[in-house]
Design a protein. Structure first.
Length: 387
């Protein structure tokens, strides 16, 4: 399950149990931080939590603050700053050189259910989307924590209906700009006597991943895919290989003969697939069905010459061949099934995220792209954190 779906499930649980939960959301970052805008944590009254907002450096403090937020029934904005070289507050001196600002919201049963439904909706979208969360507001009919969704580029923003038309146009245009750039950021919009500070969280779609072939080497690949939070489908023609007990992590198991492969591909409804049945004739049929269905990423396990033969048999066009990744996987020196699974999953992640899959140590600049800083913080950042 993806992290966003885990958070949504936690909020649903809190709503069902009539628990006043506290949702902590990273709404701004500067410099080097382990988690970026959109990282979330749900804190329960019993001290337990679901999700994360750092590498474990600040979670304990967030849980403590959540108790106060729950008791006060008011939103709190917290800033954790580790940019000072002498900072020793979090852990044994994280020296990360970054700052994170978190919005802590107390959610009663009704509001937790509403928020869970919105996060679940965003998590299930098929394309890139933007989620706008109000950080601070004055002079407008919005409050900290209010949200709006931009499901895709070119459509209208859903939410913030009470916002004045002129302001809503600006917010919607900013959401579109960030979505096109695929860059999360926090922006401050000021007009007349009004101010609206918003975190624009750009989200990649949850990968719908399909594996053709239920052999032993598919087991580590499925496990890694589920660890990544992908929705996994498994297709094979052998009933004995598709026992649910053997594949507890697979969401959709499909028994498919050569004759109904096209139908199975349609039911799988995937945007990334790997052909690895180790049966040449079946792999040709699987590859042809995936190409015909327009699946964006198609990986083929096996030697390059084997896939070239399939391509020749199918008469694959140059445009369709661009979607093929064969031999599948990044070059990490993989030999064992587990290593090969890691190489495949890494390539799927890189391609779907639009990244080259090269070593970070050879890339100039920061690991994460930084948006330009357009507004200073309202409060000065003391050593460690400010409220």
């Amino acid at each position: 399950m993806s992290e966003l779906l885990q958070v949504a499930s936690a909020l649903t649980r809190a709503s069902r149990e009539r628990d006043v939960s506290v949702l902590a959301t990273v709404v701004r970052t500067v410099g080097s931080t382990y988690r970026r805008i959109g990282a979330r944590l749900v804190a329960f009254a019993d001290g337990s939590h679901v999700g994360s907002v750092s590498a474990g450096c600040i979670e304990s403090d967030v849980i403590l603050r959540a108790d106060r937020v729950r008791s006060a029934g008011a939103v709190e904005l917290v800033t954790y700053d580790t940019r000072a070289p002498e900072d020793l507050i979090w852990g044994s001196g994280t020296a990360c050189g970054g700052m994170s600002q978190l919005l802590l919201e107390p959610l009663d049963s009704e509001h937790a259910a509403v928020r869970a439904e919105r996060l679940r909706f965003v998590a299930q979208l098929r394309g890139w989307s933007a989620l706008a969360t109000v950080i601070r507001a004055s002079g407008v009919p919005l409050r900290a924590g209010d949200q709006a969704v931009l499901p895709q580029v070119g459509v209208r923003l859903t939410g913030f209906e009470d916002l004045p038309a002129q302001a809503r146009v600006v917010v919607e245009a900013t959401a579109h700009d960030q979505l096109r750039a695929r860059l999360s950021t926090a922006e401050s919009h000021v007009w007349d006597d009004s101010m609206l500070e918003i975190a624009y969280e750009v989200r990649s779609p949850r990968v719908r991943f399909c594996v053709f072939g239920a052999g032993p080497d598919a087991i580590p690949l499925v496990s890694i895919a589920k660890l990544m939070g992908w929705q996994v489908s498994l297709i094979d023609h052998r009933p004995a290989m598709l026992s649910p007990e053997r594949w507890p992590e697979v969401e959709r198991i499909l028994l498919s003969s050569a004759d109904d492969t096209a139908s199975a591909v349609q039911r799988a409804d995937c945007d990334a697939a790997v052909v690895m049945s180790h049966n040449y004739e079946l792999d040709v049929i699987h590859l042809g069905a995936l190409l015909a269905a327009g699946v964006p990423y198609i990986g083929v396990l096996g030697p390059r010459r084997r896939t070239a033969r399939m391509v020749d048999e199918l008469g694959v066009s140059e445009a369709d061949a661009a979607r093929l990744h064969a031999p599948v996987g990044l070059d990490i020196g993989a030999e064992t099934p587990e290593e090969i699974a890691l190489a495949i999953a890494a390539e799927v992640q890189a391609v779907t995220a639009g990244c080259p899959g090269t070593p970070l140590c050879g890339r100039p600049g920061a690991v994460h792209r930084e948006p330009p800083l357009t507004i200073a913080f309202a409060e000065p950042a003391a050593k460690g954190y400010t409220r």
